[in-house]
Write a protein that binds this ligand. Structure first.
Ligand SMILES: Cc1ncc(COP(=O)(O)O)c(C=O)c1O
Length: 420
């Protein structure tokens, strides 16, 4: 029997990225070597979590830290996060304004549930990660802003301004998945000013427009690139901003499942209540271990330095190789990496012909041509909300070995050289 379920569940869209995996796996099963750069995760053989964190987790289980944690997270971890934010981000949030969960996803879900009623409007840029799905889960109306490559794929005030009067939340992220770019100071300041002006206009009796600020990749910025955040730039944003953060990316710990939010007291209390009912807590032993690890400043410094160097080394090698192809007249370009584990690459292939004389007509055609002819797979921005027909792709280096890059670039160059 296949009885109907809720409209929400019937119409839930599965992960676009997982769908691409089918074609890739078929090629691998046929014995092809594929550089699979679609995965927004770390290969733990290449990017293991910090050894000290592993030791702390094992030790926490040995000490039987296995009962329910408090709904907002253990005090020790909330204090460790508070200290961490102060020391490394200059953000003053006491432990009581910090909420721990099983990674950033339940945090994002509970932010949507806390701030947005069904039918209300949420503004977010595309490309971005999963806001469309969170809107669907909340039955919110989405207002998509198509961010432009010339703005580093970040939304700017002018993009948002026409819709701000209707919205209850703006959801942004920096460094951004999928583009590997960050907000400039001015871009973020302008958006904060717009939100402050709008809230002043609404006055104290109306629901304000909130800002969800996802900074899960903030420890991974490269070179002189600075991470900016709304409350540091505009302290008045404190009443309206909820941050999304955690260890999944900076500690390569996607499977450890420790994330946190910080923001206004009332919002944190409501989110805690929602998370309590879902039970989407971080496991207690992982909480104890993460608290000890974050307090070990030398270990954290060493790990972050190392992972940044490894991730940026790969991203810059790819960017340089692709830029060289561009200078050589091949139809490809990339945007200089600034943060996260991603590179934005544009394959200018629509309307061009393959060696077999077939015209490349769609984004999926580009994906398939590169997969079959270069053994290279990346995720088209359509998976992040862009309209069909985009030539932009996300290249993730989380499962990439540095020594594989020259071969990968060679294959890409050969495949692109045959296009006419
Ligand atoms: C921008 C962004 N936010 C949040 C998450 C979710 O993080 P977590 O694995 O901690 O749930 C991801 C994961 O890919 C992400 O890219």
């Amino acid at each position: 029997m296949n009885y109907p379920v809720s409209d929400m569940a019937e119409n839930l869209i599965g992960s676009e990225i997982i769908k691409l995996g089918g074609e890739i796996n078929r090629m691998i099963a046929e014995g092809a070597k594929v550089h699979n750069m679609t995965i927004g995760d770390f290969d733990p053989e290449i990017f293991p979590i910090p050894q000290e964190l592993t030791n702390e987790i094992v030790s926490a289980y040995r000490s039987h830290k296995t009962n329910y944690p408090p709904a907002d997270g253990i005090r020790e971890l909330r204090q460790a996060v508070s200290d961490f934010l102060w020391k490394r981000g200059n953000l003053a949030y006491p432990a009581d304004n910090i909420l721990i969960a099983g990674g950033a996803r339940p945090i994002i879900y509970s932010i949507y549930q806390t701030l947005v009623d069904p039918g209300e409007k949420v503004i977010f840029p595309v490309p971005s990660w999963n806001n469309n799905h969170y809107c669907h889960l909340t039955r919110a109306q989405q207002i998509l802003i198509e961010a432009k490559p010339e703005n580093n794929f970040m939304p700017i005030r002018e993009d948002i301004e026409p819709y701000i009067g209707e919205a209850v939340m703006v959801a942004v992220c920096s460094p951004l998945n999928p583009t590997g770019t960050v907000f400039s100071r001015k871009q973020l300041e302008d958006i904060c000013d717009l939100i402050l002006e709008e809230n002043a206009r609404r006055g104290p009796d109306k629901k304000p427009v909130y800002l969800m600020y996802d900074q899960i990749y903030w420890m991974l910025t490269f070179g002189n690139v600075e991470h900016f955040d709304p409350v540091s730039l505009r302290p008045a944003m404190k009443d309206y901003t909820v941050y999304v953060d955690g260890i999944s990316k900076s500690l390569a710990a996607t499977g450890v499942r420790v994330g946190w939010a910080f923001g206004p007291t009332k919002i944190m209390a409501k989110m805690r209540a929602i998370l309590g009912h879902i039970g989407a807590w971080a496991p207690k032993a992982e909480q104890v271990a993460t608290a000890h690890y974050l307090n070990n400043e030398n270990a954290v410094d060493g790990f972050i330095e190392d992972i940044k160097q490894k991730v940026s080394g790969r991203l810059f090698a790819l960017h340089q190789g692709i830029s060289q192809m561009n200078r050589d007249g091949l139809p490809v370009m990339s945007i200089q990496p600034e943060g996260a584990i991603y590179l934005s690459v544009k394959f200018n292939l629509l309307g061009k012909k393959t060696p077999d004389g077939e015209t490349i007509q769609t984004t999926t055609d580009i994906f398939s041509y590169l997969l079959e002819n270069a053994g290279f797979a990346a995720v088209p921005f359509t998976a992040f909300g862009n309209s069909p027909g985009t030539e932009w792709f996300r290249v993730s280096v989380g499962t990439c070995r540095q020594e594989d890059i020259p071969g990968l670039l060679e294959n890409m160059r050969a495949a692109l050289s045959r296009i006419y």
